[in-house]
Ligand binder design. Sequence first.
Ligand code: BV8
Ligand code: ZN
Length: 246
Amino acid sequence: MFSKKLIQRLNHSSSVVVLTGAGISAESGVPTFRGKDGLWENYNVQELATPEAFNENRETFWKFYNWRRKLLNDIKPNLGHYALVDLENFLSDFTLITQNVDNLHQKAGSKNVIELHGNITHTYCIDCNFRTNRDEFEDEVDGIPRCPECNGYMRPDVVLFGETLDPECLTKAQEASATCEVFFSIGTSSLVEPAASLPYVAKGNGAYLVEINTEQTPLSVTADEALLGKSGKILPLLVMILDRFR
Ligand code: BV8
Ligand code: ZN
């Protein structure tokens, strides 16, 4: 399943970057965005995950995000998340960049996580910037959480479509991608920018590019190794092989 070249690279590389998308959380029961039973299938992205939706249809916006947050309450990391924790402990220079907002990498124990699109378990006030990780708000008015400090409107701390990413996060991700020796793209349809450009930055700087996905994506033809399969199966196998070489 894995080429000798990849195993050698991983055993002798100092810097490895991993980019994950919704697919790595699929085996935990988190719906993906674009898969067959994808999240967006029943919803129109432009109607929900945009600043316009937050401003014009706050009740539906919060119904969608509360539904996703409640879904996460009983969701646990899967073997793919834990294998990345092992990789982080095994490798000297490891950076995990995620597009996911589900907090599962942190729940699994990953330490150095760059959350490009924010974190759905964090909420902030659009008026006074009060921030909280609480997921229950006593002071809800028509299902929309209000700020305990100034009674302003609260929103999930995620990057909506059409919003720019946190410049510091993005720069850190781009720098790590430009200097790494091995880059993994795991469980992402490679469609959402600017995250989708990171594997090309890595490849353009000479990194060995590995994709792990249950289907082909626009990135597959560029990858040095496109491993077709579930990340929850492939990643523990990879760690096991590396472990043997320890
Ligand atoms: C921005 C948070 C400046 C909210 C999300 C350049 C070109 C074209 C368009 C643009 C561009 N630059 C900007 C844009 C517009 C837009 C964009 O990229 N649109 C796309 C759809 C074309 N980007 C933005 O708006 C970004 N902002 O760039 O600002 C700007 C703005 C406008 C115009 C120019 C510049 C902000 C993007 C962030 C949006 N927020 N999430 C929330 O979650 O509620 S994005 C959302 O999609 C999630 O974060 C998700 O992670 C992400 C990407 O999706 P994937 O993770 O890839 O998930 P998906 O379901 O698509 O795929 C899952 C994959 O897993 C599949 O391939 C499947 O086969 C695989 N899989 C399934 N099971 C498994 C598996 N693989 C392995 N194992 C399994 N078991
Ligand atoms: Zn406030």
